[in-house]
Design a binder for this molecule. Structure first.
Ligand SMILES: *Cc1c(COP(=O)(O)O)cnc(C)c1O
Length: 385
């Protein structure tokens, strides 16, 4: 019995974890693949790509790319050339788009790793067309047209100029026309329909090419948002695509931290920086090895009398108390049997019970930020490969 409990406390069942590990992100690749399959189904006839930017939202680009490929994913989007290069190393046959677009003078990096830039301006189109001419063949690229985001993407005025120069468009290989939704996480927002309609009107000006508009949120907005390729990121990783709705995706990540010390603290004493948490009853406090340098949010600190997030030891909830510091979190383990709170044991601080969205809702941010900022000190462990 004790042994069973102890095994559920480790981040990864009975699989070996190096003794030096202090904070562990367990990534359930089987759940992630199931999420991709679900999105692929939801998107109907459209192709379901995978967005791998920021090290696959902190989960690990190589492992995620491999798992998605095994599930049938053939097209990936990354933000940077370096991410594209990393994706290419593990996926020699995949189609890889770089969302940053074409960095001036960096053309050789795209062709060298068979990466397709997502062109966002007439200047980028001209450079890519010029390179195609030099190389003597039409090089593949996507064109991002702006439909209201006003971040990256070709403005309408430039699009009209582009259309007026058909030679430019025939010089390179336009493999995808895309745009990006600003409010896909809010289904009733009229901005969604406005962008979709604008996308339809603008892409009609261009030669026929596969089209892509939707991220995770857009994929759940219905068939008129699917076009030919959908580009989910956060939903693959178990995050919430739509605000204020139950999340249909499977949980993919679990963050656990090792217990470094357990201490008895008497009423009236305080815990941690700022002494913001005053102990009200004779307590046992565990210091665990994960802090804001690991990506856990300092905004999740808990002052006396405030309800904060809880972690779990087995099935026992352990409330966070006091400030989250650079390297540590303190949790109240008073109500947990002592044999489960030994030094070297594990506390789950994020997972199926307290999700990334639960934490970030409290902290006033979004799951994307927490996941993509999980630091290099957090050991990534994979199950269900
Ligand atoms: C990040 C990103 C996506 C994926 O968005 P999610 O909301 O994570 O699904 C899709 N398209 C573009 C252009 C992006 O930058």
């Amino acid at each position: 019995m004790t042994e069973r409990t102890a095994s559920t406390q480790t981040p990864l069942g009975r699989a070996p974890i190096p003794l030096s590990a202090r904070a562990v992100l367990t990534v359930d690749l089987a759940a992630m693949r199931a999420n991709w399959a679900r999105l692929n189904e939801v998107s109907g006839r459209a192709e379901c790509a995978g967005v791998l930017k920021a090290d696959a939202y902190g989960l690990g680009l190589a492992q995620v790319a491999r798992a998605l490929t095994n599930e049938g994913c053939k097209t990936f989007f990354v933000a940077t050339i370096e991410e594209g290069r990393a994706a290419r190393e593990v996926q020699p046959g995949a189609t890889i788009y770089v969302l940053d677009g074409l960095l001036p003078g960096a053309e050789a990096h795209y062709t060298g790793f068979d990466l397709r830039p997502v062109l966002s301006s007439l200047a980028e189109v001209r450079e890519w067309a010029a390179l195609s001419r030099t190389r003597g063949r039409p090089l593949p690229a996507a064109l991002h047209i702006d439909t209201g985001m006003n971040r990256l993407g070709m403005p309408q005025s430039e699009l009209h100029r582009l259309v007026a120069e058909p030679d430019l468009l025939s010089t390179f290989d336009l493999t995808l026309v895309m745009s990006h939704l600003a409010c896909a996480d809010e289904p009733p927002n009229p901005m969604n329909r406005r962008q979709r309609d604008r996308f339809n009107a603008l892409r009609a000006l261009l030669p026929p090419a596969p089209a892509s508009l939707s991220n995770s949120g857009g994929t759940f907005l219905g068939p008129s948002y699917h076009f030919d390729v959908v580009r989910p990121g956060i939903a693959l990783y178990g995050g919430r695509a739509h605000e204020d709705k139950p999340n249909p995706m499977r949980s993919v990540v679990r963050l656990t931290a090792k217990i470094l010390q357990v201490r008895e603290v008497l009423p009236g004493e305080t815990i941690g920086y700022g002494a913001i948490f005053k102990v009200q009853r004779p307590s046992r406090i565990a210091t665990i090895a994960c802090g804001y340098a690991d990506g856990f949010l300092r905004a999740l600190s808990v002052a006396t009398g405030k309800a904060g997030p809880v972690g779990y030891i087995g099935d026992y909830p352990v409330p966070i108390v006091g400030r989250v510091s650079m390297d540590f979190i303190t949790v109240d383990v008073t109500d947990v049997p002592a044999e489960l709170t030994r030094r070297g044991g594990w506390v789950e601080v994020m997972g199926q019970r307290v999700t990334v969205d639960d934490l970030t809702d409290r902290a006033g941010t979004i799951g994307y930020e927490l996941l993509s900022r999980l630091g290099p000190r957090v050991l990534r462990v994979y199950e269900g490969a």
